[in-house]
Design a protein around this ligand. Structure first.
Ligand SMILES: NC(=O)c1ccc[n+]([C@@H]2O[C@H](COP(=O)([O-])OP(=O)(O)OC[C@H]3O[C@@H](n4cnc5c(N)ncnc54)[C@H](O)[C@@H]3O)[C@@H](O)[C@H]2O)c1
Length: 356
């Protein structure tokens, strides 16, 4: 059992909080750097076992790396809508600070640096059949959206930094599904579950014609750990796709509907062709299996059933709370910030000082 200390940047997020739990279970010590945009709820069961620094990844004191043996960077804006909403902040977080953190690691002799990239780099849209091909880590990609471009640029920078003293590893994750105490209902499978449990309908944007690679959040966490523990020579400067399988969103809808029946939720499926933001891509997951023997295990059905049980058990049934939807939440925080800048507080007068 290793007692290495791992720094998780963005470790209070949807993926980070599950990964932190898995790492603790394996005997690692955990440090987290997070701005807590979504509060520290994700860490509720492990809060007293992690060393949490609340701060911005763009403005880091080098002491954060003290006694750290590896860094996993999951911080920054984590989807298309938030990246489009503030492309400058997105680039600063997803690209520039990814580079700065890597340079700081290198300076401090921290070799392993795992970066949370995304399969959305492979997006080819749904318009042209001839573009609908299986892509792998060697495929030529030309991401243009703010989010995927920022991830791709960060990848390039990190790969150029690889040498015998620095071991960057890129994990291009598919879209994630499943339960986390930092819950997200803005990811397609989770959105389906939310929608079925609230309206009794699943809306298939663009008829669900698009392809997506998907993976359960616990499998994703295990993927990170596989890369963390792998022999350096196998992973240094490597990109790996991390996904269970590719699936058309229409098929995903059908499978989610069947799984939901097992937990007493009946739902209709409705195609909706008004939606325009259509991304589509399917990727090979063979490299991670070939190089590290890593295989995701959790099926869509298992993930959905587990998700519904935990939503009910822990009471995450306030589905429309904006905190579960990144773009709604970031816009709301911004709005609140504008108001609080003027009034100084929520309930107190500007001169009143109170702690309760
Ligand atoms: N969830 C997915 O389906 C998916 C798929 C592919 C890639 N990814 C990538 O994986 C990573 C984790 O995704 P997630 O779903 O856990 O996202 P998330 O939004 O739940 O978590 C991101 C975490 O980073 C923190 N953070 C954001 N900006 C920060 C800053 N400037 N300084 C410090 N902390 C900051 C947030 O507070 C949050 O806790 C992201 O990099 C995302 O782009 C996610």
């Amino acid at each position: 059992m290793s007692l290495d200390k791992i720094l998780l940047v963005g470790g209070a997020g949807y993926v980070g909080s599950i990964l932190a739990e898995e790492l603790l279970e394996r005997g690692y010590a955990i440090k987290i750097l997070d701005r807590l945009y979504f509060t520290d709820n994700g860490l509720r069961d492990i809060r007293d076992r992690v060393d949490l620094t609340i701060g911005d990844m763009r403005d880091v004191d080098p002491s954060i790396f003290d006694s750290v043996s590896a860094v996993i960077n999951l911080g920054g804006l984590s989807n298309d809508p938030t990246a489009e909403y503030n492309p400058k902040a997105n680039y600063e977080m997803n690209t520039i600070s990814t580079q700065t953190l890597a340079e700081m690691c290198k300076k401090q002799g921290i070799k392993r640096y795992i970066f949370a990239s995304s399969c959305s780099i492979y997006d080819r849209g749904v318009k042209y059949d001839e573009r609908d091909i299986l892509q792998d880590e060697t495929s030529d990609v030309h991401p243009r959206a703010a989010y995927s471009k920022s991830k791709y640029d960060a990848e390039r920078i990190l790969l150029n930094m690889a040498d015998e003293n620095f071991c960057p590893v890129i994990l291009r994750k598919g879209t994630i599904n499943g339960f986390s105490h930092r819950m997200r209902y803005d990811l397609v499978t989770n959105t389906f579950v939310k929608s079925a449990m609230t309206t009794g309908n699943l809306n298939l944007h663009y008829g669900g014609e698009m392809w997506r690679p998907i993976i359960d959040v616990r499998d994703a966490a295990r993927g990170y750990i596989a890369c963390l523990e792998a022999d350096e020579k196998r992973v240094r400067g490597e990109i790996f796709n991390l996904s269970l399988q590719n699936i058309r969103i229409s098929e995903l809808g059908l499978r989610v509907r069947e799984a939901l029946r097992d937990v007493g939720v009946d739902t209709d499926i409705r195609p909706d062709y008004s939606y325009k933001g259509v991304r589509s891509y399917r990727v090979s997951n063979k490299k991670l299996a070939r190089v590290l023997g890593f295989q995701p295990k959790i099926s869509i059905e298992e993930s959905v059933i587990d998700l519904v049980k935990k939503i009910r058990h822990f009471g995450y049934t306030d589905f429309d709370n904006p905190k579960y939807n990144n773009i709604r939440w970031m816009k709301m925080l911004e709005e609140a910030h504008k108001i609080i800048k003027i009034t100084g507080s929520v309930f107190e007068t500007s001169t009143e000082k109170t702690d309760g």
